[in-house]
Design a protein around this ligand. Structure first.
Ligand code: KG4
Ligand code: ZN
Length: 343
């Protein structure tokens, strides 16, 4: 079965074709970063317009790349995300499905993120703990099986990616902030500045990144009293901030492995592309005797390969797609999902 995946939840327009027998046959990602850069963040209306402009030509291109006239099913991100952006992908999916007389399955964006590492050759088996860190979410999830998810802890305020974006803006590093901070941090000297490790001293698995962002702001304001920050100061602050986020994510992930007794940690979502986080977690997790799995960076940030894959797993497991309606949802709790059920 060839599944066409459509991802339009935020500022990436992406389409992919996945087959359970033949793997990933086509994958296209159009990043809208340039459209939003001038505003320092995603402008929802601009995102919807770009999806409208890009989606159909990208689907055409993916079908030719896979040498297919039409897929056997469509899987589209129905939430959580920007409602206008989701509606574009959902309406296109539903329209094509009607025309082609094939099913269109709504997919949960965060489920797709946490299943993304399974696309790789060295895929983890269920069960595992997933650290989901993106622009909109930061959570630790106990993944028992497809559709059986227990959220162990979430952020109380900003998501990790959001903190990267806000701190980058504060430092004048532009948007998207994650890669910009990571680049600057490479030139930074460890320990020049110290920022708090939020929630590390508290039990449990909750995160909080808003206070960390404020600590960076206070430090920047203090330094600015003596004039504009130079490149080395920016790099040192970026380094101290990245170290604080990485330490916190790493500490809570190890705690989650210990308390659940799981042997596998999966890291997913845009912040999972961060090299420092990947290296630090790999060392720390292997020292604890467990193993960490990452999707390649292109499968960490928003992409349709993970959506086509999640849809394919559910359809192959017998899930029946709804006959009508787009079902877009700006909010959609991960824990409300259930295993694939024939309707
Ligand atoms: O998963 P994603 O592409 O979109 C959402 O679903 O939110 O995640 C985007 C987030 C952004 O906040 C971006 O700054 C962050 O992931 N990000 C990174 C890196 N690459 C992307 N954060 C830290 N280091 C990176 N290399
Ligand atoms: Zn995402």
């Amino acid at each position: 079965m060839h599944v066409l995946g459509i991802e339009t939840s935020c500022d990436e327009t992406s389409v992919a074709i996945y087959s359970a027998d033949r793997g990933l046959l086509a994958h296209e990602i159009y990043s809208q970063a340039k459209s939003h850069a001038a505003y320092g963040g995603v402008v929802p209306e601009l995102a919807s317009r770009d999806h409208v402009r890009k989606l159909l030509p990208m689907i055409d291109a993916a079908l030719s790349e896979a040498d297919l006239e039409r897929p056997d099913a469509i899987a589209y991100t129905a939430g959580p995300g920007l409602i206008g952006a989701l509606l574009v992908g959902g309406a296109v999916a539903r329209g094509l499905a009607l025309g082609w007389d094939i099913p269109a399955l709504p997919v949960h964006h965060m489920e797709a993120h946490l299943l993304a590492p399974l696309l790789e050759d060295e895929a983890p088996q269920f069960p595992f703990v997933a650290l989901l860190v993106s622009g909109g979410h930061s959570m630790l999830v106990d993944v028992q099986d497809l559709g059986r998810y227990e959220v162990l802890g979430e952020t109380r305020d900003d998501a990790a990616g959001e903190a990267f974006d806000k701190v980058a803006k504060l430092l004048g590093l532009g948007y998207p902030g994650g890669p910009a901070i990571a680049r600057a941090a490479e030139q930074g000297r460890a320990g020049t500045y110290e920022f708090p490790r939020p929630m590390m001293n508290r039990p449990g698995f909750e995160f909080s990144f808003s206070g960390l962002k404020t600590a960076v702001l206070v430090q920047v304001r203090e330094l600015e009293k003596a004039g504009d920050l130079d490149d080395q100061q920016v790099a040192d602050i970026a380094r101290a901030f990245e170290d604080a986020v990485v330490d916190t994510l790493c500490g809570k992930s190890l705690r989650a492995l210990e308390e659940t007794g799981r042997q596998r940690l999966v890291v997913a979502g845009g912040v999972g592309a961060n090299r420092k986080l990947r290296e630090t977690l790999k060392d720390a997790v292997s020292r604890s005797g467990a193993r960490v799995y990452y999707p390649r960076p292109a499968f960490c940030t928003d992409n349709a390969a993970m959506v086509a894959y999640a849809g394919s797993l559910r359809l192959e497991a017998g899930e029946r797609a709804p006959d009508s309606g787009v079902g877009a949802r700006a909010r959609w709790p991960l824990e409300s999902l259930v295993p694939a059920v024939a309707g």
